[in-house]
Design a protein around this ligand. Structure first.
Ligand SMILES: [Zn+2]
Length: 158
């Protein structure tokens, strides 16, 4: 019996005689031939060549699919934005400066931000009176409301 295993290091498919305990990948990794790792089983060495080829194609297809799925993820993830903004605002100084920095950084990252965005960032900074903070920002003309419920810093500066 022969089988196909996938190298956990370089993710290439490799054919192996199932009587073996390990097989060495072309990348140098010694792949343990475990039943759970065997993706295909065939009876002859000739079938094995096809099985490896098929597994490679599937891996390549899977990889292409994986990369395609990954593409939209390269866009800013909202959770990361909040964390990044909070980390920057944290360094801004006292409470008022932090609130201001949070609004400016949110504007830089998101163009406009909602009260919910501000709440996430401010609560990460230990500031819980979000509505009051937003009022202060609006009164001080640090932010304006270009669309209802969405805010933007007047002069976004890095
Ligand atoms: Zn390998």
């Amino acid at each position: 019996m022969f089988g196909v295993v996938v190298c956990p290091r370089c993710h290439r498919a490799k054919g192996v005689a199932l009587s073996k305990k390990t097989t060495t990948c072309s990348c140098g990794f010694e792949i343990p031939v475990l039943p759970s790792r065997i993706t295909a089983r065939v009876g002859t060495e000739r079938e094995l060549i096809d099985a490896v080829r098929r597994a490679s194609a599937e891996l390549a297809g899977g990889l292409a699919e994986y990369e395609r799925v990954l593409q939209p993820r390269k866009k800013k993830r909202i959770g990361d934005v909040h964390a990044r903004v909070a980390a920057l605002a944290m360094k801004a100084g006292d409470r008022a400066h932090r609130v201001r920095a949070a609004a400016i950084e949110l504007s830089n990252e998101l163009e406009v931000f909602s009260v919910a965005d501000l709440r996430v960032v401010l609560s990460a900074l230990g500031i819980l009176d979000v509505d009051e903070s937003l009022d202060e920002l609006l009164r001080a003309n640090v932010v304006y409301e270009p669309r209802e419920g969405y805010y933007r810093a007047v002069t976004p500066v890095p």
